[in-house]
Design a protein around this ligand. Structure first.
Ligand SMILES: *Cc1c(COP(=O)(O)O)cnc(C)c1O
Length: 326
């Protein structure tokens, strides 16, 4: 296993991303602060290029390919946002891209990935192993595999979002980051530990797939079946080994959120902050809302990881069975 990246790697990634990734805005809301009783800073990666933080890690990894790797191309597997991120980064850098995607990936994510010019290989996420398919393609065609989270350059790139957040708003008492395979949480942890050393750092994963929580508790990576949740960006079966090294060392705890809580958070994002956030992007805020009073008086960073969702699905969620209001 390669060694986990350090904060110096996050700094190098930030330099590489300059002029390519957006420095996304940090939103605040007096109304939401008043409801929670804390000062919340929302780092809005739904405004990142291709609509999620994943552009940061993908671009940081692909920008370091040598000329032979660039010529042969990149391969990856992803349920959506990492696919779009690799496809866009590859197009910018002139590298051919092959993406292994579940056949039931959200239509908008599939379409966007194709629009960026990538070749798509479909698989069944409930019966086939995407990692094996990606590795086979890499071996057969001489492609370089850039996985969605278990890679030092991906982790370092993801860390640049929280680096920007703390540079922009100052030190935090607590930071909440959504958790799938752990690329974003581990990169964020590197940045937070360096720039706001006493900040408590929390991952948030879907309640239907609490493998991260169980991994942190037991000290080794827990594998689960693909969890059934609307948070499709966090339907991972296990944490990555490199992210887990960092998470186990420096993350304080992991919280969970139910699908109903994600929809409620999505509703507040739309109604109050006026932003469209995909279910996975609501995890951190959902946990903050559940904790409520426990965070009273604190300065809290909330990573809003992405905003890619089909509008029909979005509307159905806000109107649908998760809506407990009359
Ligand atoms: C990928 C993704 C996540 C989870 O990130 P990991 O690095 O796998 O933990 C969260 N939110 C969105 C929007 C994503 O695309």
């Amino acid at each position: 296993m390669p060694t986990p990246p350090s904060y110096a790697d996050v700094e190098s990634a930030a330099t590489r991303l300059e002029g390519h990734a957006h420095r996304t805005p940090v939103l605040t809301s007096r109304r939401v602060d008043g409801e929670i009783g804390a000062k919340l800073f929302f780092k809005c990666e739904n405004f990142q290029r291709m609509g999620a933080f994943k552009f940061r890690g993908a671009f940081n990894a692909l920008a370091q390919f040598d000329s032979e790797q660039r010529r042969a191309g990149v391969v990856t597997y992803s349920s959506g946002n990492h696919a779009q991120a690799v496809a866009l980064a590859a197009r910018i850098l002139g590298i051919p891209a092959t993406i292994v995607m579940p056949h039931d990936a959200p239509a908008g994510k599939l379409a966007a990935t194709m629009e960026y010019g990538a070749q798509i290989v479909a698989y069944d996420r409930y019966t086939e192993n995407r990692e094996e398919i990606g590795q086979e393609l890499a071996a057969e065609r001489g492609l370089t595999l850039v996985p969605p989270y278990d890679h030092p350059d991906v982790i370092a790139g993801q860390g640049t979002a929280v680096k920007e957040l703390i540079e922009d708003v100052g030190e935090l008492d607590a930071l909440f980051v959504c958790l799938g395979g752990g690329g974003l949480l581990s990169g964020s942890t590197l940045a937070a530990r360096a720039l706001s050393p006493s900040c408590r750092i929390y991952g948030v994963e879907p309640e239907a797939g609490d493998d991260g929580l169980r991994s942190l508790r037991t000290g080794s990576i827990v594998h689960i079946e693909t969890p059934r949740t609307i948070a499709d960006g966090a339907q991972t079966q296990h944490l990555g080994e490199l992210p887990f090294e960092i998470i186990r060392r420096d993350v304080d705890d992991i919280h969970t959120a139910t699908d109903a809580e994600l929809v409620e958070a999505m509703r507040v994002f739309a109604a109050t902050l006026k932003i469209v956030v995909e279910p996975t992007g609501c995890l951190a805020f959902a946990a903050v809302r559940r904790l409520g009073k426990a965070l009273a008086g604190q300065r809290v960073g909330v990573v809003v990881s992405g905003g890619n969702i089909d509008l029909d699905r979005y509307a159905a969620m806000l109107a649908g069975p998760w809506n407990t209001r009359s």
